[in-house]
Design a protein around this ligand. Sequence first.
Ligand code: HAM
Length: 419
Amino acid sequence: MKWQAVKGTHDVLPEQQAAWRQLLAAVELELGRAGARELSTPVFEYSEVFEKSVGESADLVVQKEMYTFEDRGGRRLTLRPEFTAGVLRAFIEHGMHTLPTPVKLWSAGPLFRAENVQRGRYRQFHQVNLEIIGLSQALADAEAIDLLYRTLRACGLTRVRMRVGSVGDPDDRAAYNAYLRRELEPLRARLSEASRERLRLNPMRVLDSKAEQDAAVLEGLKRPIDFLGGAARAHLDEVLERLRDWDVPFEIDPGIVRGLDYYRRTAFEAHYEGIGSQSALGGGGRYDGLIESLGGPPLPAVGWAMGSERVLDAMEQEQAVAAPPDRPVLFLVPLDEDAVNEVAALAVRLRRAHRVEHAYAPRNPGKGLRDADRRGAVYAGLRGASERAGDEVQLKHLGSGEQTRVRVAELERFLQEVS
Ligand code: HAM
């Protein structure tokens, strides 16, 4: 049996680590400058935490996408499919509502959804998540959107397109859902199976269908934005005004709908062309009422998450990864048995300041140089009987072929000068 990673999961190989680090460095810098602090939560929670928050018509529930299991104590647990629920559970549990308002929390790590796998859609994937808790003003929505845009820019992406809309207040949503039911029930038979199910549970989600047969049916229908009440409309207008003020480029998306049920008013997404059909790099919105429904104080909040794998895919498209050189400055080659321990001791000492590797058994010079070359070393350093006599190392610059002898006592200074 030859084992493979489970479908929809991935290894992050050594050569991919620099890109991940670059992404997280950009996140830490941008979100940190805005006053957000990092929160890490467990990878699993009581199932109820997610069931209560994502909503019963969310895809996660309807399409049974959550990895839920019973542990030995008979507890029902779920691998987190998103951050928001766990972050709010922690916020409530640790009484963070007593902190100065707003509380801005960011998190990063793996999430789990039993989805149909395709490019950009995996079963274990990663998000960077931000929540801004305690503000009901449109200013907070605009700040969240600006921070998503800014963070993606800081990752080196220049072709990000922000889409902003509103799903309205609960009454507006109810009115829109009633309208959709009225319009679509007679046309039920022409809808895809997934859309028929959505029509029953959460009609608004039909708009998110990518099925071709649905497109014709949906054409000409009014959009959620047409059903906004006065308060939600004014809120959206103010969000848009702030974004224009701050030069955040965006498009208004009259039909924006999100896969989770908890959104109120503002909803937004960041899209990117060139990474396949799963083009949403991130998304989020306002979710007033959710904290209270999880047993916390009645605090308003807004937040987003971006999908790290999709962002990395986009960074690759734009060649935005500035990988630091992944190679030793010196590869030491022992030419005889005595030199094995000598080069090892030398490497241990030089590693205080430099990346130095060595062979672990005697090599002839030809093979030693090939070893150094395979590791991409800048210099090979040979050590045998003649070098021992002068307490030296024979250095060869693998790029130019230039050779020089350097005394062991001088080696540290030499490496300092060349690196
Ligand atoms: P979401 O739209 O479900 O929102 O996910 C946010 C982003 O995570 C997506 O835009 C996508 O980039 C990425 N993503 C989602 N599912 C997958 C997957 N299966 N494979 C790869 N990437 C994926 C949320 O999760 C909300 N909790 C965001 C939020 C925070 N709203 C308020 N606060």
